[in-house]
Design a protein around this ligand. Structure first.
Ligand code: 13P
Length: 258
């Protein structure tokens, strides 16, 4: 069985003290609890990744970066390369997040270049996809998800999806406090897996499909029980170690019964 992948996306939050306290609390928790069903990771801002890596000190949690540049080195002021992320022990890299698509005008083509540079350097991309509220109301969710996946299929082939993560994050559910309907999410996740399976069954079975959008400890139960929901990408509810730990504890318990 695939581990249930729970990642806390801290976005533009945190400071040195926050990082140290947070990781300490996770450490204390992991000293008492071995995770058998979940894999956990946090995605602090770039400035805190190195510190986080030092604080983690081989506990059962890994690190995710919130972004990466498409270049490896050179005159690209303000950018961070995949080699740099690899150098400090990062496992996953989030790309295609709607906040970057919207606020930084990142296109499907640009995101596909990021996907490629991550894969070719042996890290794991978390490709965020999802529709706006208008697109949902116009019944375009599946088309939008397919379009966001297609660009990678066309440029890199189905093999690119081996050992990768897709995070379905309906834009209207992010930060709204209103998560999507778990049954509808299952339906979209099933569609995504089927879309990949038409090209390669084995890759589709191994694909981890996370849900993201206002997930918290009170609304997570039904999501976890869905066959094609293999993890969560959590924003706000990951911003205290206590909440994050509650989610992980609950996920471990539910997963042990499935
Ligand atoms: P919220 O959990 O705050 O809705 O954020 C979800 C998200 O964007 C994770 O990447």
């Amino acid at each position: 069985m695939k581990p249930f992948l729970i990642i806390g996306n801290w976005k533009l939050n945190g400071n040195v003290l926050f990082v140290k306290n947070y990781i300490n609390k996770i450490k204390n928790f992991l000293e008492k609890t071995k995770l058998n069903f979940c894999e956990i990771s946090i995605a602090p801002a770039y400035t805190y990744l190195y510190l986080s890596n030092i604080c983690l000190n081989n506990i059962q949690m890994n690190l995710t970066a919130q972004n990466v540049d498409i270049n490896l080195y050179g005159s690209f002021t303000g950018e961070i390369s995949i080699k740099m992320l690899k150098d400090i022990g990062i496992k996953y890299v989030i790309i295609g997040h709607s906040e970057r698509r919207i606020f930084h005008k990142e296109t499907n083509e640009y995101i596909s270049k990021k996907f490629n540079i991550i894969k070719s350097n042996g890290l794991i991309p978390i490709l965020c996809i999802g529709e706006t509220e208008l697109q949902k109301n116009m019944n375009q969710t599946k088309d939008i998800c397919a379009e966001q996946i297609d660009i990678i299929l066309k440029t890199q082939g189905i093999e690119a999806f081996d050992n990768t993560v897709i995070a379905y994050e309906p834009i209207w559910a992010i930060g709204s406090g209103k998560s999507a309907n778990p049954i509808e999410v299952q339906n979209i996740h099933k569609f995504i897996r089927k879309y990949i399976s038409q090209k390669n069954l084995k890759i589709s079975k191994n694909l981890i499909i996370q849900y993201g959008g206002s997930i918290n400890k009170n609304n997570m139960d039904i999501f976890i029980k869905q066959k094609d929901i293999n993890g969560f990408l959590i924003g706000k509810a990951s911003l205290t170690a206590e909440n994050f730990i509650s989610i992980v504890k609950k996920a471990e318990k539910i997963m042990s019964f499935l």
